[in-house]
Design a protein around this ligand. Structure first.
Ligand SMILES: [Zn+2]
Length: 674
């Protein structure tokens, strides 16, 4: 096969993949699939699960496999050509998806199959058909042709506009720097950040320190930077990225935000919903707009007093009235004072490679599996590694790449993405493959990258997603792993994993002092543990602020008024925020989760799933955190089932009851629910 992207016989051939392969490969494959689908539908034989749905699953699996490296490489490589290739290919993908969901003949075939399912059809088969029929409905399969065409156009524009939003954020972030010339300006910053800034300056033939706006640097400055002016500069740069206040018109997301909201609203109306929030909830666990708003309001109510107390306490040690760029800094100072614990002290114990091996030991112990590194697998960067997970009988369950360190041109944040989804459609099962991507501080000259405890939590979190993706036992790709799982439950396995990083027995295995090799001493752990709830109420309130903003923005959208983005934000902040935000703050403009990612009218999902995750972990607290029986039950009922089962039913099967708020409030130190 000449186009290496179309070679899906094994792992992606990253060494051979070029941006110019993307569009032709996708065109060719989509055209072939179109012909195949026509044949299937025109065939006179009866439509059954195995004669129609199985081949369709096969095709969508193949397409996602070809698309995955294209989407992945544009996120992790500094290469405008990959971005162009992605942008040129994205409309093909969107168009194809809409075409399928608007195919009336196909929908009728599903309907007929649903009505004639054999007695021995598995629950997964029934669930798959049910979800597909729901998605046909949500895409407006029953609409008149003209409206269908409009819907298709909306989806196309939405996809390209959202991609542009994300790229603007990335470019605006990458373009900014702060050139520090005096020692006092970098006072308080972790040595690793200072060294890197020094090196960057030297590379540019400059003196002093060249500080970029990547997340590790931003976080370090805002949390540790003693120079208030430096913190203020970084805060301003960070909170005005890709906005009208950012100083770079070409990356201003203002118009894109308006456009995205308008497109979503119109699409939701077309298919019979009152607004995009309602549309979003049609595939989620939460029952309705009211339930989400009540949930967030209740959580805010329970959190507010605690958050005010935290804020008062840091105001007391601050020299001046607190500004937005002082909060993290004084929280850190007070944390050090109260618990004598600091990021800087902790990170000395957490070299990334040690954290990784400790994390792998943990999941080996919990789930009776083995993780081994495989060398010589080609990838997209020389810091990327590749691992396999095998069952205790040696059977390959899945494999994954890790790409842990920040670099220019790489999208910020941390995520897990699918490279290959599990599939077993008669014949041999195809094991899943995933990408685990983080933006930790890059290794220093000695090759060591030191993580904060927060980074450790991130690592555990993303690995939770990875386990969900890799341990699935569902045969049909469209409901395997994270697919078909309601978005507000998809963070359950990830947030669940974070809890382990708050236990000493786990952290001992994840730590080795970068000089002495000593694991995290019990005495330091005690201080860390006591500090766990510190600042939690403020953090919780901030997440609620984001979630309410996102939800109301989509629920109350009025085309006559436009997005009203900043006034909705202001209103929400008046109600729940305790911190004064500067007038120039443009949170929405870089809020890629909701304007570019899948969290639109769904940011509340983090808190929603956190309730599930905390409650699930409390089962481990009751039986012992390494209890194999509880872990086996979690694996079987939650991690393996993907979207093949109603999530509440699956949860109850694991826990023996429905979840309650108690564990989350207890884990956040906010107290027991009434
Ligand atoms: Zn997550």
């Amino acid at each position: 096969m000449s186009n290496p992207l179309l070679d899906t016989s094994s792992l992606p051939r990253f060494d051979d993949l070029r941006p110019e392969h993307a569009e032709p490969a996708l065109r060719e494959l989509i055209a072939a699939h179109r012909r195949k689908l026509e044949c299937l539908l025109d065939s006179p034989t009866a439509k059954t699960f195995s004669s129609l749905i199985a081949p369709l699953e096969e095709m969508s699996h193949e397409l996602s496999r070809v698309w995955s490296p294209v989407s992945h490489l544009q996120s992790v490589l500094e290469d405008p050509k990959w971005r162009e290739a992605y942008n040129a290919s994205l409309p093909l993908m969107t168009e194809h998806a809409t075409e399928l969901s608007h195919n009336k003949q196909l929908q009728q075939a599903y309907q007929q199959i649903a009505g004639t399912m054999p007695e021995d059809a598995t629950p997964a088969m029934r669930m798959l058909v049910e979800q597909e029929l729901r998605d046909f409905r949500l895409a407006g399969v029953a609409l008149p042709d003209q409206e269908k065409a409009r819907y298709k156009q909306l989806m196309q524009e939405l996809a390209t506009t959202q991609a542009k939003f994300d790229q603007n954020v990335q470019d605006a972030t990458d373009a900014w720097h702060f050139h520090a010339t005096g020692q006092a300006q970098v006072a308080g910053l972790p040595q690793q950040v200072v060294d890197r800034a020094r090196q960057q300056a030297a590379e540019l033939d400059q003196d002093g320190w060249w500080l970029k706006l990547d997340y590790p640097t931003y976080h370090a400055v805002i949390t540790h930077g003693d120079d208030r002016t430096l913190r203020a500069s970084f805060y301003r740069a960070w909170s005005t990225r890709a906005s009208d206040e950012g100083g770079n018109e070409q990356w201003d997301n203002s118009e894109l935000i308006e456009k995205i909201l308008a497109l979503r609203h119109e699409a939701a109306l077309l298919v019979g919903f009152k607004n995009y929030a309602e549309y979003s909830l049609a595939t989620k666990m939460a029952a309705g707009v009211g339930e989400v708003l009540d949930f967030l309001t209740e959580l805010a109510g329970r959190t507010r007093a605690g958050a005010q107390k935290e804020l008062d306490a840091i105001q007391e040690i601050a020299e001046a009235p607190l500004e937005a760029w002082d909060v993290s800094y004084y929280l850190e100072k007070l944390k050090q004072k109260k618990f004598s614990i600091s990021d800087d002290e902790l990170r000395q114990y957490f070299p990334a490679t040690k954290v990784q091996s400790g994390l792998f030991d943990l999941i080996e112990k919990l789930y009776d599996i083995g993780v081994t590194e495989r060398s010589g697998v080609c990838s997209w960067h020389d810091t990327v590694c590749f691992f396999e997970i095998r069952d205790n009988d040696g059977k390959l369950l899945g494999s994954f790449y890790t790409d842990l360190y920040t670099r220019n041109g790489k999208r910020g944040g941390a995520w897990m993405d699918e490279c290959v989804i599990r599939k077993n459609l008669g014949g041999d099962a195809t094991p899943p493959v995933g990408y685990l991507v983080c933006n930790f501080s890059p290794p220093d000259a000695q090759g060591v990258s030191l993580l904060t405890h927060n980074d450790v939590l991130t690592f555990f979190h993303e690995f939770g997603h990875m386990l969900h993706h890799l341990l699935t036992q569902v045969d049909f790709p469209s409901i395997a792993g994270i697919n078909g799982v309601p978005w507000d439950a998809v963070e359950l396995p990830s947030q669940f994993m974070e809890n382990f990083a708050w236990h000493h027995e786990v952290l001992v295995e994840c730590s080795a002092h970068y000089r002495s090799g000593e694991s995290l001493p019990g005495e330091i752990f005690d201080r860390l543990h006591r500090s766990r709830y510190f600042g939690e109420a403020l953090a919780m309130l901030r997440q609620i602020e984001f979630a309410l903003f996102d939800f109301r923005l989509h629920a109350n959208y009025d085309p006559a008024e436009g997005g009203q983005t900043l006034s909705v934000l202001e209103e929400v902040r008046k109600e729940v925020a305790l911190i004064n935000y500067p007038e120039y703050n443009r949170l929405p403009h870089s809020f890629a989760h909701i304007f570019a990612g899948g969290y639109a009218a769904g940011y509340y999902s983090y808190k929603w799933a956190e309730v599930l995750a905390a409650d699930a972990f409390s089962a481990f607290e009751e039986s012992g955190i390494f209890d194999k029986v509880t872990a086996a039950r979690f694996r079987k009922e939650i991690l393996e089932v993907g979207g093949s089962r109603d999530i509440m039913e699956a949860y109850v099967a694991f826990r023996g009851r429905k979840p309650t708020l108690d564990a989350l409030l207890r884990h956040s130190g906010i107290g027991k629910a009434a």
